[in-house]
Write a protein that binds this ligand. Structure first.
Ligand code: SF4
Ligand code: SF4
Length: 462
């Protein structure tokens, strides 16, 4: 994939150069209408999901502080790391497959950064400061009262929206119930939560008011990986050079045949990353299709077929006559994705409701008892992952052993943990070697919900 150096200079100034602010013309057209539906639907989901609960658990929660995650109402703890890693792998392979087929459509259509920037913050800017030429005039004009009021209004609204986004962002981390406590309780009871909201608010405000398209063109690693993920079959927004060139308006006194591009510059003016798609496929293009809409309008006006700029495969754009028709890479990704998904579903449905660790007490050995039996002391840690309160009991799997509790615990609260100690008692006559593998069953409602392995030590056959 070729990268146009001038376009990089426009969005990411090289040393000594000032950043050129991108004034994007207000987009309109069929793709933009569709993009708005998709974008507002996703915003609804983004703002609504923290309020959803399944079985009393958050629909989605990523509590990295307490290392507790809720995905579709299933609670995951660090003990479920393998399932979590599988989930992450599914997302990763899904993105790779999606990118290989549809190019960077994720960036322009579904990424929260683009949705907030283009469908929320930029729209407010259009509403207050006008379209791109008026914004340009306002910024280069004198410091008038009207300009100060517009700027104050815009930045106040930006801050308020950033505050809401910060709250929702925090709700995904600590859950909506905790967030309500942070908001409603006295500040000194939730200083960390309060500081987090302030920091996130300022961060979002800074990103959407100032950093803007640089997130997509420079900061986001996904954009940087495009070259590796795309192949000849991948669809991308591109300019049909063969049809468009030589560009320019056909003058009456000029016999030189012209292409379909009349060089109106509309596709450049609407571009939110400030590039000219006619210079070839560029890393900065987020496939938002604003230029497709703009150019289609022009083609309609001059009576030429649409899609001078449109979705083309990389092979088509680069004019490769023999570009690979094979979709082998896509099939391989799809098969890997299916295998991972099946594995993930299997693990979710076979996940233990209780996480446990059973260890013989550190430094202890066996104890001979007066009645001739032998005992070992164990420490047991249990974690309730079921999302509800659980009553349980423990018993050895083999009838040759008995359990004597040191501290008796038989209930685990939802998401609660418990530590207990107990002796396992056996008859040395039943033990054939010094160290015997044994299993301890955790039962609830007479059903085994977890089986823990450990070893029992005893002088054999004593
Ligand atoms: S909008 Fe279309 S016609 Fe106008 S400059 Fe861009 S490619 Fe050419
Ligand atoms: S070149 Fe077109 S599709 Fe790419 S970012 Fe600019 S307007 Fe969007």
């Amino acid at each position: 994939m070729e990268t146009d150096v001038n376009s990089i200079d426009r969005v990411l100034p090289s040393k000594g150069k000032k950043r050129e602010w991108v004034y994007a013309k207000k987009p309109s057209g069929n793709f933009y209408n569709l993009r708005q539906w998709v974008g507002y639907g996703l915003l609804l989901f983004l703002f609504g999901a923290p309020f959803l609960k399944i079985g009393g658990n958050p629909f989605l929660m990523f509590n990295i502080i307490e290392r507790k995650f809720s995905i579709f109402g299933n609670i995951f703890f660090p003990q479920d790391l393998h399932i979590f890693v599988f989930g992450m792998l599914i997302i990763l392979v899904g993105i790779v497959l999606f990118t290989a087929i549809f190019g960077r459509v994720w960036c322009g259509w579904t990424c929260p950064q683009t949705i907030f920037m283009e469908l929320v913050f930029r729209r407010i800017e259009y509403w207050i400061e006008g379209d791109w030429t008026q914004q340009k005039k306002l910024n280069s004009g004198p410091n008038t009262d009207s300009r100060a009021i517009k700027k104050l209004l815009k930045h106040t609204i930006f801050l308020i929206i950033s505050f809401f986004i910060a709250n929702i962002f925090l709700a995904y981390i600590i859950g909506i119930d905790e967030l309500f406590k942070v908001i409603s309780d006295p500040i000194d009871q939730h200083t960390t939560g309060f500081i987090a909201i302030i920091i996130f608010t300022l961060l979002f405000y800074f990103v959407f008011a100032f950093v803007r398209e640089i997130v997509c063109t420079t900061i986001c690693p996904y954009g940087r990986f495009q070259g590796v993920l795309l192949d000849d079959q991948s669809l991308t927004v591109a300019y049909n050079e063969k049809r468009g060139e030589p560009r320019g308006k056909q003058r009456k006194d000029d016999d030189t045949p012209k292409g379909d591009c009349i060089d109106c510059g509309l596709c450049v003016h609407v571009c939110p990353t400030g590039i000219d798609i006619r210079n070839g496929i560029q890393l900065e293009c987020v496939n938002c299709t604003a230029c497709v809409d703009a150019c289609d309008t022009v083609m309609d006006k001059i009576g030429k077929p649409k899609r001078l700029i449109g979705f083309y495969s990389l092979g088509q754009v680069e004019g490769k006559k023999d570009f690979k028709k094979s979709k082998t890479r896509h099939y391989i990704y799809a098969v890997v994705l299916v295998i991972l998904t099946v594995g993930f579903v299997f693990m979710i449905f076979n996940r233990s409701l209780i996480g446990g660790s059973l260890l013989r007490a550190t430094g202890s050995t066996y104890q001979m008892r007066d009645d001739g039996t032998v005992s070992n002391l164990y420490n047991l840690e249990l974690l309730n992952k079921s999302g509800k309160d659980i009553s349980f009991e423990i018993e050895p799997q083999s009838d040759n052993f008995k359990i004597q509790l040191v501290n008796s615990i038989s209930n685990l609260e939802k998401d609660g943990a418990a530590k207990m100690s107990f002796f396992i008692i056996g008859n040395p006559k039943d033990v054939k070697k010094y160290k015997t593998d044994i299993k301890v069953l955790i039962k609830s409602d007479n059903k085994v919900i977890e089986t823990l392995k450990t070893t029992f030590i005893s002088p054999p056959g004593a």
